[in-house]
Design a protein around this ligand. Sequence first.
Ligand code: CP
Length: 308
Amino acid sequence: MQQLSVRHLLGIKDLTPADISLIFETADNFKEVLSRTIKKVPSLRDITIANVFFENSTRTRLSFELAEKRLSADVINFSASGSSVKKGETLLDTVNNILAMKVDMIVMRHASAGAPHFLSRHIKANIVNAGDGTHEHPTQALLDSFSIREKYGEVAGKKVAIIGDILHSRVALSNIFALKKLGAEVMVCGPITLLPRYISELGVKVELDVRKALAWCDVANVLRIQLERQQMKYFPSLREYTLYYGIDKKLLDSLDKEITIMHPGPINRGVELSSDAADSQHSIILNQVENGVAIRMAVLYLLASQVA
Ligand code: CP
């Protein structure tokens, strides 16, 4: 059986193109399973997985939990709010106590960049990064590229513009790594204050004008403004951001071309994306969410098979 080159999924940066292809081929099989009347397989029957979330989540958390249950794993869920973290327990003590209950894998979301990497140096269980601060969100990037592959047949050669708050986005960085490894052309677009200074060193085009970015790309992956991560004002007001960077159906129709709109969620409707664009025939946003379950099943299955 083919194996991943990594023991943990900490970031797309660590994956080879062959790893990503293996995840996609495995996800194709699980997507077929998910279309059956009985959507469950016994693959992880003897595995216990803890979903350890130190930050809020809707999609990622539910998607991992469903993926684990579809694979017949035993699942426990931990939220920092309402836990002994509030009494001062450290990350390592928290995770070691969870592992003492004979848990095999940890899926973790944490507000600090590098938290899962730190854990991987101290524990034996497999770790899946479900988003670490402004650093990486590897399963989001995998499901995004998988959705582009599903729409166009392949990712190589496609022009993908990532539009919005690039500076604070873990989705942007993971997407750049994944898309580049798969041979796509990548552009980032946003106000200059929301583009990291190092960004062009990652081999991406940089565009400040959203109309030019949309005119260039096959796929626009639109990101929300992450106000909760912003320590200062990066633009005068949300109203002004929407005026210059908001995407609506009128703008999409004016391009007079086929274009695919993606968004990792949660959408700030009426800010970066209008409802008529988010819900238009251009949008594959809910297909992304659907594909997230198959992608996470593939990641968990491939990591768990290394344990055996
Ligand atoms: N895309 C994403 O990570 O969404 P959640 O924060 O709801 O998990």
